[in-house]
Ligand binder design. Structure first.
Ligand code: AMP
Length: 452
C-alpha cells in the first residue's frame, strides 16, 4: 500500500499543491485509485464523500493533462465531471482549482439556477476541465456552447444520488454526445441494480473496482442520543437544547422536507438563534450564501434537506440533529457522518416521534447499536417560557372599541349620521363613571360610610 504522495511521481506543480494543502499521506482510496488512474484505466469506485475521493480522481486526471502538451480549442473540454447538485459541482471545481493552482490548467463549472452567460463566456476559449450538473450541461449542449470533440476523460460522481434526483435519463443523453474512446470513472456510495447496469453501460471492459468504507464508521466515534418526542414539541426541544448548550456551535439540522426546513428556521430565528436553510427551493445565490456563512461560523445552525446537503464538505460540524428520522438507515449514517470528521469527536441527536418508531428500529438494527435516550428535564425546565410565545404579541382591542369602528365604517357615507354615531360611540367607549374601583364610586362609598 502506497503511503506517501512522493511514490506516485506526480507532476511537480501537483506535489507543490499537495504540500500547500498540508496533506501528509494519501487516504486509502487515493492509495488504491491513483496508480491505475495514472495508467488511464477505467474505474468503478464505491465510496462516499469524506474519503478523499475528489483528490483520488482529480490528481491523476490533472497529471495526465500536464504530461501532454496543452490542447485548447474553442468550446472544447478535455475532462468532464458530472455531479448531481450545484454545491457539489462548485466544491469539486474548487478542489480541481486547488490542485491545479501552480499550473496553467483551466477549470470551469456550470450549473443551473443562475444566468448561463458567464458560463458560456468561460467555455468560449475552451477549458481543460469542465465540472457540470446534468440539466445545465444539456442546455449548453443544445445551444452548442460546449463541445466534446477533444474529450479524454469522463467522471460520473455520486451516481446513486443522480438516480434519486431523477437524472438518469439526462446522463444517458449526455453520454451520447461523448466520443467512444475515453477513460471513464464512475463513483457511487451504493450500488443498487439500476446503478450497476448504468456503470456497465458507461465503463470499458474490466474496470478497476475499488470499494472504500469511510475511515472510521460513525457509530464508533459519534456520541448519539435519541429523544422520543411528539412531532409538535420538536421545535421547542431543539430551541431548548441550543439555548442551554453554547458548545453546540456549528450545528447541522436535517429536515425531511423543504417546507419543514423553512419552519425550523422561523422557529429558531424567533429565539434569536442565527440560522439559515438550504434546499431545492432556495435560489443558488441564497444557498451559497447560507453555506458560506455556516462554514465561516457567521451563523450557528444550518437546516438542510438530504439532497441539498449530500456530499457537502463542511469542517468541524459540532452537532448533527435529525429533526426527522430518515426512512433509510444508510441516510442516517451519511447524515451523522457529517460530524466527527478528521479524527474529531462529534454528536448526533435525533428526534423520534411515535410514528417514526419503525425508522428508529431500522437504524438501530443497521448500526447494530441501541441509541441512548436523551434527558427531557431540560425541555420541561424551558417549556414554560416557550409556551408564553404562543400568546399573540398585540393584545386584542376591547370589544366596545371594535364595535365602534365597525359601526363607523358602515355609516361613513352619511356625514350627519356618521357624526351622530361617533358621538354615541364615544359615549359607549368612555369608561363608566362608577365602574368598580373608579374615583366616583370610591367617593360614593366614602359618603355612604360617613352617613352610616
Ligand atoms: P472528499 O472526500 O474528496 O470530499 O475530501 C474530503 C476532505 O478531505 C476534503 O476537505 C479534502 O481537502 C480532504 N483531503 C483529501 N485528501 C486528503 C489527504 N490525503 N489528507 C488530508 N486531507 C485530505
Amino acid at each position: 500500500m502506497i503511503d506517501s504522495f512522493d511514490d506516485f511521481l506526480l507532476h511537480p506543480t501537483l506535489s507543490r499543491a499537495i504540500k500547500a494543502a498540508s496533506y501528509q499521506k494519501p487516504t486509502p482510496i487515493q492509495s488504491k485509485a491513483i496508480p491505475p488512474l495514472l495508467e488511464k484505466k477505467d474505474l468503478l469506485g464505491i465510496a462516499q464523500t469524506g474519503t478523499g475521493k475528489t483528490a483520488a480522481f482529480a490528481l491523476p486526471i490533472l497529471n495526465l493533462l500536464l504530461k501532454e502538451p496543452p490542447r485548447r480549442k474553442a468550446k472544447c473540454t478535455r475532462v468532464l465531471v458530472l455531479l448531481p447538485t450545484r454545491e457539489l459541482a462548485i466544491q469539486v471545481a474548487e478542489s480541481f482549482e486547488k490542485y491545479a493552482h501552480f499550473s496553467a490548467i483551466s477549470v470551469a463549472c456550470v450549473f443551473g439556477g443562475v444566468s448561463d452567460i458567464p458560463q458560456k463566456k468561460a467555455l468560449l476559449r475552451g477549458v481543460d476541465v469542465l465540472v457540470a450538473t446534468p440539466g445545465r450541461l444539456l442546455d449548453l449542449l443544445s445551444q452548442k456552447a460546449v463541445s466534446f470533440k477533444l474529450l479524454e476523460t469522463f467522471v460520473l460522481d455520486e451516481a446513486d444520488r443522480m438516480l434519486d434526483m431523477g437524472f438518469i435519463q439526462d446522463i444517458k443523453k449526455i453520454i451520447h454526445w461523448l466520443p467512444p474512446a475515453r477513460q471513464n470513472l464512475f463513483f457511487s456510495a451504493t450500488m443498487p441494480p439500476t446503478i450497476a447496469s448504468l456503470a456497465k453501460s458507461i465503463l470499458n471492459q474490466d474496470p478497476i473496482r475499488i470499494e472504500v468504507v469511510p475511515q472510521s464508521t460513525p457509530v464508533e466515534r459519534i456520541e448519539q442520543l435519541v429523544y422520543k418526542i411528539d412531532r409538535k414539541r420538536k421545535a421547542a426541544l431543539l430551541k431548548a437544547l441550543l439555548l442551554e448548550h453554547p458548545e453546540m456551535n456549528k450545528v447541522l439540522v436535517f429536515s425531511r422536507t423543504k417546507h419543514g426546513a423553512n419552519k425550523i428556521v422561523t422557529q429558531l430565528e424567533k429565539a434569536k438563534i442565527t440560522c439559515a436553510a438550504i434546499h431545492g427551493n432556495k435560489s443558488q445565490t441564497r444557498r451559497q450564501e447560507a453555506l458560506g456563512n455556516f462554514k465561516t461560523e457567521q451563523i450557528r445552525v444550518l437546516v438542510a434537506t438530504d439532497i441539498a446537503a449530500r456530499g457537502i464538505d463542511i469542517e468541524s460540524v459540532s452537532h448533527v440533529f435529525n429533526y426527522d428520522l430518515p426512512e433509510v438507515p444508510e441516510t442516517y449514517v451519511h447524515r451523522i457522518g457529517r460530524t466527527a470528521r478528521a479524527g474529531k469527536s462529534g454528536f448526533a441527536i435525533s428526534f423520534c416521534s411515535p410514528e417514526q418508531e419503525s425508522e428508529l428500529k431500522g437504524i438501530e438494527k443497521a448500526t447494530q447499536q441501541k441509541i441512548p435516550i436523551g434527558d427531557f428535564s431540560l425541555l420541561l425546565k424551558s417549556e414554560a417560557p416557550l409556551e408564553k410565545e404562543k400568546t399573540p404579541r398585540v393584545a386584542p382591542k376591547p370589544k366596545t372599541q371594535r364595535k365602534a369602528s365597525k359601526k363607523t365604517k358602515l355609516k361613513v357615507k352619511n356625514k350627519e349620521n356618521f357624526e351622530e354615531n361617533s358621538k354615541t360611540d364615544l359615549k359607549q367607549t368612555r369608561p363608566s363613571r362608577n365602574r368598580p374601583g373608579s374615583r366616583a364610586r370610591k367617593r360614593m362609598r366614602a359618603e355612604q360610610n360617613q352617613k352610616t
